[in-house]
Design a protein around this ligand. Structure first.
Ligand code: ATP
Ligand code: MG
Length: 256
């Protein structure tokens, strides 16, 4: 049965989508069956997986409002070797439309049930907000992966996210936990980054993944080709780090 992970951080531009795409592709390279659900109206995970968000017939929006199923809304990323439930601008209206739905926080969780046996990992790329969409991701997941840059304000935002996760854990999804904090875009030459990284380990201990994702321009170039970085330049430092992170996740789920 699939393990489900939300990739969340309400801060924008911290590497959620890059992590979603490259962890999916890294796990696929390690022979895991992966479904990536794009839960962000920006549709960056969709495009970065080589699927044109403007051309899709069904998306996660149709899934959430109950007009279609995941099985009928998934596409295969040829470049990445995993399946994708795409997102596009339709999803932007969902936030308001869903307000009157019964069980509006658990729509995604219910939709995922039919594919649980088809995958080893289901990853959910969340938008940069603690919104109803993110709440649907948190309610569906076994755990949260939090990508973060080791900068001063990173720690401040983290407590809001951790509080939201605690609330969801208490009220909606007793299964939910923070799986780990992933240090991304890391540059060891910057003293502040090393200091924040040390602080993270002091506060969160083994909740900090041992894999560190370096700042690497190949990871930033890849999306414009619709190819995950781990495939675009498999020998780059960024690619190797994400495959190593995939291996760390495979080990980590054995302890869940
Ligand atoms: P949003 O909150 O808008 O959804 P995000 O958290 O999903 O953003 P990304 O889109 O993954 O963040 O990354 C933000 C920018 O940083 C992108 O241009 C991406 O290519 C770049 N980037 C992400 N990770 C790395 C890295 N390890 N090295 C270099 N550039 C990176
Ligand atoms: Mg994103």
């Amino acid at each position: 049965m699939a393990k489900i992970f939300c990739i969340a951080n309400q801060k924008g531009g911290v590497g959620k989508t890059t992590t979603a795409i490259n962890l999916s592709a890294g796990l696929a390279l390690l022979d895991q069956r992966v479904l990536l659900i794009d839960l962000d109206p920006q549709g960056n995970s969709t495009m970065g997986s080589g699927i044109d968000k403007h051309q899709v017939e069904s998306s996660v929006y149709q899934v959430l409002i109950g007009h279609n199923t995941i099985k009928k809304s998934k596409y295969h990323s040829k470049s990445g070797g995993y399946d994708v439930v795409p997102a596009n601008r339709n999803l932007a209206g969902a936030e308001i439309e869903l307000v009157d739905f019964d069980g509006r926080e658990t729509l995604l969780r219910k939709a995922i049930e039919e594919v649980l046996d088809d995958y080893d990992f289901i990853l959910i790329d969340c938008p940069p907000a603690l919104s109803l969409l993110t709440l649907n991701g948190l309610c569906a997941a076994n755990g949260v992966i939090v990508p973060m840059q080791c900068e001063y304000f990173a720690l401040e935002g983290l407590s809001d996210l951790v509080n939201s996760i605690k609330q969801v854990h208490a009220n909606l999804n007793a299964d939910l936990k923070v799986i780990g904090l992933l240090r991304v875009m890391f540059d060891p030459r910057m003293a502040l980054q090393t200091q924040v990284s040390d602080q993270l380990i002091k506060h969160f201990g083994d909740k900090v993944f041992s894999t560190i994702i370096p700042r690497n321009v190949r990871l930033a170039e890849a999306p414009s080709y619709g190819v995950p970085g781990v495939v675009y330049d498999k020998n780059s430092r960024g690619a190797k780090a994400y495959v190593a992170f995939g291996a760390e996740m495979i080990e980590r789920i054995k302890t869940l």
